[in-house]
Design a protein around this ligand. Structure first.
Ligand SMILES: CC(C)(COP(=O)(O)OP(=O)(O)OC[C@H]1O[C@@H](n2cnc3c(N)ncnc32)[C@H](O)[C@@H]1OP(=O)(O)O)[C@@H](O)C(=O)NCCC(=O)NCCSC(=O)CCCC(=O)O
Ligand SMILES: Cc1cc2nc3c(=O)[nH]c(=O)nc-3n(C[C@H](O)[C@H](O)[C@H](O)COP(=O)(O)OP(=O)(O)OC[C@H]3O[C@@H](n4cnc5c(N)ncnc54)[C@H](O)[C@@H]3O)c2cc1C
Length: 651
């Protein structure tokens, strides 16, 4: 029945203060208040309705997304929402759209790589959405290999302009979100050519469409690249294709500063904190056509990616927690087998197999939340260091953002699919929310750096650290533990095979390094003051589950290297079962702590009151196919079949 909490008996089992855990999950009392208020604002506004998405055609879906983006912007203006509140509103609207790239990449790239003058010119326009930007780096022929990009930007000293051109089919920009139909401007990455010499890949601000009638400017061929995976909401995003035919832009539209770390302390909740920027000029082209390369690492040009990868780790904890919330609530509602003397059947959440699949994912959601908080700190720290021209932790920041982005997105994508399977057949219904969540989430394993390519970056960083063992340069920070492998390196010295030959093994080592990072940051979190009855105890259980689950999953490696004995492995498995039993009475409360509205979850299986079956039944009849009792096509195709008239029928 409506209004009855069918999960009340589960909630009454909780052994900790759920409201206190909500604040831990949100990050602070302030963050909780903002999240709670904005999520309810969005959930209560019919203008943000999303339960009909799966019945829309792509063009209807896209136009509805434009309407929602405009409506969200109007809401932000009318309610005078702050940067933080506006970012939360876009988060809870939960609609992949051009605004994601405008706010999440276009603006950070200008902040990170634009000079003071360029920021003063372009940022006010972008903040007021008087221009809409996209991040046009990937091409048809190159995505991972940024140095392989073929678009050219040739400086013309006669006119003090750059000529942007797509010399080959494979140099066509391909994938940038928002590019296909909406963006008026792009940060386009191109190979700079000055005086006939190639000077590497740089970013350029290029206007794509008229601000009067939105038509593509001369020399631009631009459109959408077509339908993407599944029928999910990501098809509301106009990922585009763009070819330049000798398009001229003023010299002052090459992004000529790379102090992006000093400007970007934009934590994942996107509260923009502008740090004073130290002018670190990576490169510039003078009006005489002279190219000046300064001595800062050229990789500062990749700054926007480093920033976005950091936010993707926090996003992973959100996506995984959504799926776990749905699967946990439904596992408590669903009963199957086990009836004793006509009594109720067993809740599937009580089966040890269900717990051994579900609870490590619950622990992972919390683990990724806390490592995401730490990564936000690391990013702010590298920011401060860059202000003093201290690049010492830049390699570590790159390795951590790349590695944790790879680890958490892979685990989250796999975890969402596991949650769908944990819900049985009903998990395959769009009304469960899981198919769309999966379809929208999985590209995170590819965009912002393909996950294996990024793990190779971590492996390169680890091997570089190993090569320095024995020297005066001692490993510190997240690789301090590697001093312990020094003896291994000495006894194995001489056996050197190529990085490429060993790359598959090195990627596994990179994953292990990142998993160690996640566990150690969870442990550090537990060393902090955590208020609320039983809250720290619950987090300790989840931390132990996360760590022991990894040990169990990779026990072959631990055993073969002599790190543990078979007895240790058996003890770990026993302890895991015991820990699952400790989570069981608190499982519903632990997912309630995410504080997701039913609107944001978008799932009948995961609805707060657990009143699943009536909602499933009611939702079925709303499907357009049920608008008529006799289906369209019966008379044309089915009746001839049934009446054996098929031989003569015109199909
Ligand atoms: C794989 C690499 C890193 C290789 O770059 P490379 O110039 O060939 O450099 P290398 O020789 O391998 O390394 C040279 C050196 O540069 C360092 N480095 C590399 N990247 C960074 C960084 N970001 N920050 C700081 N340092 C960086 C590396 O660690 C190397 O250092 P070392 O020489 O070993 O000390 C690069 O090509 C890359 O990042 N590829 C991935 C491209 C990518 O992520 N594209 C994303 C496009 S935008 C997008 O997808 C948006 C998604 C939509 C959305 O988010 O909604
Ligand atoms: C939904 C979505 C949105 C996107 N949005 C944007 C955007 O807004 N702006 C933008 O610029 N781009 C965007 N992209 C593009 C995205 O950044 C690239 O697809 C991504 O960087 C991967 O590059 P790639 O496609 O070239 O993959 P590839 O590198 O071609 O990967 C193919 C395979 O090759 C392997 N591989 C590649 N190099 C190596 C190597 N050196 N060693 C071993 N294996 C290797 C990879 O591991 C992978 O298995 C988007 C992509 C998607 C799917």
């Amino acid at each position: 029945m409506e209004g009855v909490d069918h999960l009340a008996h589960e909630r009454n089992k909780s052994e900790f203060d759920v409201d206190a855990m909500k604040i831990v999950w949100a990050g602070s009392p302030h963050a909780f208040v903002v999240s709670d208020r904005i999520s309810k604002l969005v959930a209560s506004d019919p203008g943000f309705r999303k339960d009909n998405r799966s019945t829309l055609s792509r063009k209807e879906l896209f136009k509805n997304t434009l309407r929602k983006a405009a409506y969200a912007w109007k809401t932000i203006i009318d309610l005078h929402l702050s940067e933080e509140e506006a970012a939360k509103l876009r988060f809870y609207v939960d609609e992949p759209a051009f605004t994601d790239v405008h706010w999440g990449m276009f603006i950070p790239a200008i902040k990170g790589q634009g000079t003071e003058e360029q920021q003063q010119k372009w940022l006010p326009l972008a903040y007021k959405m008087q221009i809409i930007g996209c991040y046009a780096q990937t091409e048809l022929g190159h995505g991972s290999n940024v140095q392989g990009l073929e678009t050219t930007a040739t400086f013309d000293p006669q006119t003090d302009e750059f000529i942007i051109h797509s010399p080959t089919l494979t140099s066509s920009k391909w994938w940038p979100g928002g590019l296909g139909k909406v963006a008026t401007h792009a940060i386009a990455y191109a190979l700079l050519i000055v005086g006939g010499r190639e000077q590497g890949v740089h970013g350029f601000i290029v206007q794509l469409r008229s601000l009067e009638d939105h038509s593509p400017l001369p020399g631009m061929t631009v459109g959408d690249i077509g339908m993407k995976f599944g029928n999910g909401a990501y098809n509301a995003m106009d990922n585009g294709v763009l070819r330049f035919d000798h398009v001229r832009i003023p010299r002052n539209q090459m992004l000529m500063r790379c102090a992006q770390y000093t400007c970007l302390c934009m934590p994942s909740d996107a509260k923009l904190i502008l740090e004073p920027c130290i002018l670190i000029r990576v490169s510039q082209v003078t009006c005489e056509g002279k190219y000046k390369q300064s001595d800062v690492p050229r990789q500062l040009v990749y700054g926007a990616m480093l920033y976005v990868r950091q936010t993707i780790v926090a996003d992973a904890s959100c996506a995984l927690s959504r799926a776990v919330c749905i699967a946990t609530r439904y596992s408590a509602v669903r009963r199957q087998f086990g009836s004793q003397n006509g009594g109720p059947e067993t809740q599937v959440i009580d089966y040890k197999t269900q717990q051994s699949r579900l609870f490590p994912l619950l622990a992972s959601a919390y683990a990724f939340r806390f490592v995401g908080e730490w990564l936000k700190w690391l990013y702010a720290d590298v920011t401060q260091r860059l202000q003093a021209n201290d690049f010492s932790t830049l390699p570590e920041a790159h390795a951590c953002t790349a590695g944790l982005k790879s680890l958490t997105t892979t685990a989250t994508a796999d975890g969402i699919e596991e949650c769908r399977k944990l819900c049985g057949g009903h998990g395959y219904l769009c009304s469960s929310g899981l198919p769309e969540l999966f379809a929208v989430y999985v590209p995170a394993c590819t965009y912002e750096g393909e996950n294996t390519v990024l793990l190779l970056q971590v492996a390169r960083f680890l091997m570089k650290t190993v090569s320095q063992l024995g020297s005066s340069k001692k490993p510190v920070g997240t690789i301090a533990y590697m001093t312990r492998v020094e003896h291994l390196m000495q006894c194995r010295c001489g056996v050197q095979r190529g990085f490429a030959e060993l790359s598959a093994d090195l990627v596994e080592a990179a994953v292990a390094h990142c998993q160690l990072l996640v566990v150690s940051k969870f442990i550090e979190k537990l060393q902090q003051e955590i208020p609320g009855k039983g809250v720290k105890q619950q987090l300790e259980v989840l931390c132990n589950i996360y760590a022991l689950f990894l040990l169990h999953k990779h026990q072959g490696d631990f055993l073969s290297t002599g790190c543990i004995t078979p007895k240790h492995a058996a003890l770990a498995n026993d302890e895991l079962r015991s820990l699952y039993s400790q989570v069981r009475p608190n499982a519903i409360a632990l997912v309630d702590a995410f504080n997701y509205t039913d609107h944001y979850l978008g799932s009948i299986l995961g609805c707060y009151d657990g009143n699943v079956y009536p909602k499933l039944y009611e939702a079925a009849w709303k499907d357009p196919l049920n608008e008529s009792v006799v289906p369209d096509g019966y008379h044309q195709y089915i009746r001839p079949l049934l009446k054996q008239e098929i031989r003569t029928a015109r199909l």
